[in-house]
Design a protein around this ligand. Structure first.
Ligand SMILES: [Zn+2]
Length: 155
């Protein structure tokens, strides 16, 4: 589902329709036909190509959940265990750090990879960081530097 509500309604409806149609086609094709998956998702892939081009042209942002289900490289729908494989990676030494957990979704057509950090907390936006930390840090730093100078001066 697209995010914006101030954009023209017919564009938003068209994007929603294309998304639903593409995922319906790809899931129903997998249940009923014996064709290889590359031929099954052809129509779904073209619908998702339309979806992305329309969202770019009309400047309507796609929802993050929608973007997570579309391959960025070949526009094929990413359906777990059907058109994509999901695994967990951890690049830390011995895989010990929980914050280094990354969910990796691999497209089975183009072998493209999407990575999403799972274990790490998301950093605050800049406005939130500078309000809290900026005042405290600058104040503390000045005081610390003053005390160091005075101590050095005494010695
Ligand atoms: Zn792909």
């Amino acid at each position: 589902m697209p995010k914006s509500s101030s954009k023209p309604r017919h564009h938003v409806l068209r994007l929603t329709y294309l998304e639903q149609a593409a995922f319906y086609l790809s899931t129903s094709a997998s249940q009923h036909s014996t064709l290889p998956t590359t031929q099954q998702t052809g129509p779904a892939r073209s619908l998702l190509t339309h979806l992305r081009s329309i969202s770019k042209k009309t400047q309507i942002r796609l929802d993050t959940s929608t973007k997570a289900r579309i391959c960025k490289l070949c526009n094929s729908p990413l359906i777990p265990d059907h058109t994509s494989e999901t695994r967990m990676d951890n690049a830390s030494k011995g895989g010990r750090k929980r914050c280094a957990d990354v969910e990796v979704v691999e497209c089975l057509f183009c072998k493209g990879v999407k990575r999403k950090p799972v274990g790490a907390k998301r950093q605050l936006k800049r406005a939130g960081r500078t309000k809290k930390d900026g005042k405290n840090n600058t104040g503390n730093n000045i005081e610390e530097s003053l005390t160091r100078e005075t101590i050095v001066g005494v010695e």
